[in-house]
Design a protein around this ligand. Structure first.
Ligand SMILES: Cc1cc2nc3c(=O)[nH]c(=O)nc-3n(C[C@H](O)[C@H](O)[C@H](O)COP(=O)(O)O)c2cc1C
Length: 172
């Protein structure tokens, strides 16, 4: 079992990743989310959130860091993922778990779990946009609402990323 360090925007930045991975016990980190809207982000935008990209996408202790993208437009996410891939991240993680209202209002994060087909299109577009050797993972909750229906699981669509880190709790 791999131990992943959960991303926390505004809190768990490269400095804290450095400290915590020096302590040990962490197999992989995911960066805070990088918001993708309708533009192609410059390399410096990725570097600002994931300075580890300058050092083989690893913390000084050598733990790999995947860059996390947050957005809801498959084409724009794929274009940005392709650009990010040129910086050779240890992998690209997609955010389908953020419960913040300000994010969900724009259709991103956990709100996407209500639209399994869109999640599928995003994952497929990003997977196809980056080299096959580059891991693509997704972080998600069991569902947007604390409902037993769990539309993502029922859709059978979420096997497509190389790994899906599922949050234990449904959103409250
Ligand atoms: C301040 C804060 C920032 C977070 N930022 C991110 C993020 O950038 N990407 C992400 O996938 N999850 C993010 N999360 C979610 C955490 O990684 C984790 O899944 C969550 O905090 C677990 O418990 P919860 O359901 O009580 O929030 C954030 C959580 C908090 C509290």
């Amino acid at each position: 079992m791999a131990i992943l360090l959960a991303p926390m925007e505004g809190l768990l930045d490269f400095a804290l990743r450095d400290v915590l991975t020096r302590v040990g016990g962490i197999d992989r980190c995911v960066s805070e989310f990088i918001r993708v809207t309708d533009t192609l982000l410059p390399a410096r935008a990725f570097m600002r959130v994931v300075p580890e990209l300058r050092h083989g996408s690893r913390t000084p202790a050598g733990v790999p860091v995947r860059a996390q993208l947050l957005g809801s437009d498959p084409v724009c996410l794929a274009d940005n993922a392709a650009s990010l891939a040129e910086l050779r991240p240890a992998g690209i993680d997609l955010n389908f778990g953020c419960p913040a209202r300000v994010v969900n209002r724009h259709g991103g994060g956990a709100a996407l779990l209500q639209e399994p087909e869109l999640v599928h299109r995003i994952v497929r577009a990003v997977r196809q946009a980056v080299p096959a050797s580059m891991p693509v993972s997704a972080k998600m909750r069991l569902g947007f609402n604390p409902s037993p229906s769990w539309p993502m699981a029922k859709s059978g669509r979420w096997q497509m990323p190389d790994a899906a880190a599922k949050h234990r709790d449904a959103m409250t």
